[in-house]
Design a protein around this ligand. Structure first.
Ligand SMILES: *Cc1c(COP(=O)(O)O)cnc(C)c1O
Length: 370
């Protein structure tokens, strides 16, 4: 049996006619930049996330970049964030010649540990940037207590967490802005790149809308120095169709996670692997189902040999990346992140996964440990 890590063809096969109709509508209009499809999708997403505004942009990376540009981040400013995440989270900080200031993550959820945040704050701290990793919200209440006490804005990296919530509040509705990605492998994926920023602040929304069109308020009059970063109308139309299925897909991901838990337990694997830990007040949307084991590298190779897709998110923590040597961090600075990088392994969790495939994956893991 072959089980890919993600099966977008299986998803597309189920929704092809709806998608094609949407694409043809946009083509008939020949209106590709912003316009009604983007506006409709923005409204849909704002309502879903529970924020007043949503602004479609070109990617999740740009959602983060524009959020920091909106803060008028200056060279030498500092942004506190986690070292265990995708590079985009900090790449955007560096692109603005600001400095990522890392604090370690929690051992169970891999999310920013709020206990370390206060001591990392300096007069140059301009934002705190928690990531809702793998589809579970970071400890936003504790992070916001520290941030609010110092008047520091919080930018959420919700790129993996569309639909996740914590104490009834959705990812993207906690911070000054929430940043989403529609990269094809995310829970709501476009047919290419796409992103979105959520915010409750009308002034912030207004500035972001200017920043995505080179800061232009009226044609050829530039109020701010922005960039070109828009969600394509074609992508918005596709995403509008796919959004109608998101709730169903999320439930299927959660059911697959439940099946994994049951199967791992039935096979007596509780002592061999650590399964994802979900805080009781969090709704996890499982963009990834990430287990932990000291035998990670051998297990990964074994699964690959048996035709089971798997991936290490992320093998090198950001403070140890070659391009960040100049930041002056060393091995041992963030032991929890470094330990996670050695032990994590993500397994297939996509909605179309069958019970047979799930059983095969867990049986194969059992064989490995035997
Ligand atoms: C995917 C992702 C991004 C960037 O999204 P793109 O749309 O690929 O630019 C940022 N942060 C995290 C945590 C992500 O997973």
């Amino acid at each position: 049996m072959n089980v890919p890590l993600l099966d977008l063809k299986a998803q597309y096969a189920r929704i092809q006619p709806e998608i094609m109709t949407a694409i043809e509508e946009v083509c008939a209009q020949q209106s590709f930049i912003l316009g009604s499809y983007v506006e409709q999708f923005e409204q849909t997403l704002a309502q879903f996330i529970g924020t007043k505004h949503a602004i479609g942009v070109a990617s999740g990376s740009d959602a983060l970049l524009l959020s920091l540009m909106e803060l008028d981040l200056q060279p030498g400013d500092e942004v506190i964030t986690a070292p265990f995440t995708f590079f985009a989270t900090t790449g955007v900080i560096s692109r603005l010649h600001a400095r990522p200031v890392f604090v370690d993550v929690c051992a169970d959820t891999f999310n920013l540990n709020p206990k370390h945040v206060a001591q990392a704050i300096t007069p140059r701290t301009k934002a705190i940037l928690p990531v809702h990793l793998f589809g579970q919200c970071a400890e936003m209440e504790a992070i916001k207590v520290v941030a609010d006490a110092k008047g520091i804005p919080v930018i959420e990296d919700a790129c993996q967490a569309i639909g996740a919530s914590r104490n009834g509040i959705q990812a993207g509705a906690f911070g000054r802005t929430g940043c989403f990605s529609f990269f094809p492998s995310k829970n709501l994926g476009a047919f290419g790149d796409g992103g979105l920023i959520s915010t409750n602040d009308s002034k912030v929304a207004e500035r972001l809308k200017l920043l995505r069109v080179h800061g232009s308020r009226s044609e050829y009059h530039h109020h701010l120095i922005g960039m070109n970063s828009r969600l394509d109308a074609l992508q918005a139309a596709i995403l509008q169709v796919k959004f109608q299925h998101l709730a169903d897909w999320t439930i299927k991901r959660q059911k697959n996670a439940d099946s994994y838990r049951q199967l791992f337990h039935e096979h007596g694997l509780d002592d061999q692997v650590t399964l994802p830990v979900v805080e009781p007040w969090n709704i996890h949307v499982y963009n990834q189902f990430t287990i932990q084991t000291p035998k990670r590298d051998a297990l990964s190779a074994y699964l690959t040999e048996k035709g089971i897709g798997n991936r290490i998110y992320y093998p090198v923590p950001l403070h140890l990346q070659e391009c960040y040597e100049t930041l002056g961090y060393h091995k041992g600075d963030f032991p929890v992140a470094e330990h996670a990088a050695q032990e994590v392994l993500s397994l297939p969790i996509y909605p179309e996964l069958t019970q047979d495939q799930l059983a095969y994956i867990v049986q194969t893991i059992k064989q490995f440990f035997d």
